[in-house]
Design a protein around this ligand. Structure first.
Ligand code: ZN
Ligand code: ZN
Length: 319
């Protein structure tokens, strides 16, 4: 059985690392909190022995997952066509299908979507399909007026008599219906949308951290580990059962919070393993954490956290 023990960094090493990084960031504050009036400030005089009041050994578990999630379609396009053109288009439907695997899809990424077909009443003819115009044959009178020649009397005198009859084009109404050339008589136009195919998208590298120290840096640590996992040393495990059984021996210490944290990390890990859309992409890391409760010369309290082994660790502080 390989040795799973890991060496935790000692307090002086953690404190030293914190001192160096803090003085680089804010020397004035260091001087104000740790300096002596009238004396030249020296970093050497700031020691863990003097300012660390208490320590607590904790642990953190880290792994990363990749998750498949669907995205809402965006970038819709709209088309308005004449009724007979609708059937010439190829429509698609994804209703009740969920999200699609892009690898399996043959076709365009944006397609006309069946569910979006909608009738739009023609504006030009107000949805009637025709436009009423004055009848051209009777000029809107509804009547055809003609002259009738009548020969009158013994002399057969030619006389014109009016003769009118209903117009046969408009059936005497004076108006005629002309097919609307916008909707071609179909009363409506049809609109539909060309929508992106609802593909599943993959979100890679979601970091997951469970720490028994319950610091306010959880999110920060999670993000840092995700980026610089090689710069921190932890004990790696391939499965959670292994981690569970060896955690105490690996750390060389134990407490109730660590036990609780391992339990909750375990159920989280399990649910990610069962989730068909998720995939655990890293090994499991167990990190020793040291929590140091400090107080400055001026009486300000602050904390320093370390995460990692004596070889490679990161620090966080609320100084
Ligand atoms: Zn007419
Ligand atoms: Zn019309």
């Amino acid at each position: 059985m390989p040795d799973v023990r890991i060496k935790t960094p000692n307090l002086d090493a953690i404190f030293e690392k914190w001192k160096q990084s803090t003085v680089r960031k804010d020397k004035k504050k260091m001087e104000k909190q740790f300096g002596t009036k009238g004396a030249i400030f020296s970093l050497d005089a700031v020691s863990a022995a003097e300012y660390v009041k208490d320590t607590q050994k904790e642990a953190a578990i880290y792994f990363a997952i990749k998750k498949t999630v669907g995205v809402a379609p965006k970038g819709a396009e709209e088309k308005i066509v004449l009724a007979p053109r609708v059937v010439r288009e190829t429509f698609y439907s994804f209703k009740g299908e969920g999200k699609l695997n892009k690898e399996n899809w043959k076709g365009d990424e944006k397609v006309p979507t069946y569910e979006t077909i909608q009738a739009v009443s023609c504006k030009k003819c107000s949805g009637k399909g025709y436009i009423e115009e004055k009848c051209k044959t009777c000029k809107g009178t509804g009547k055809i007026e003609e002259n009738l020649t009548v020969l009158t009397g013994e002399e057969q005198k030619k006389e014109n008599k009016p003769f009118s009859y209903p117009c046969g084009v408009c059936f005497g109404t004076g108006t005629s219906k002309v097919k609307c050339n916008d909707c071609e008589g179909h009363k409506s136009l049809f609109k539909y949308q060309i929508l992106p195919v609802p593909f599943k998208t993959v979100v890679t590298g979601i970091p997951v951290l469970h720490s028994s120290a319950l610091t306010k840096y959880e999110k920060e640590i999670e993000r840092d580990l995700h980026q610089i996992i090689e710069e921190v040393e932890g004990i790696r495990f391939n499965d959670f059962k292994d981690l569970e059984s060896k955690a105490e021996a690996s750390l060389g210490y134990w407490n109730k919070n660590i036990k609780k944290t391992i339990n909750s990390a375990g159920s989280d890990y399990k649910s990610h393993s069962k989730d068909k859309e998720a995939q655990i992409t890293t090994q499991l890391y167990l990190f020793p954490m040291i929590q140091m409760f400090c107080e400055t010369k001026r009486g300000s309290k602050f904390e320093i956290y370390s995460l990692g082994s004596a070889n490679k660790f990161m620090i966080y502080s609320n100084f």
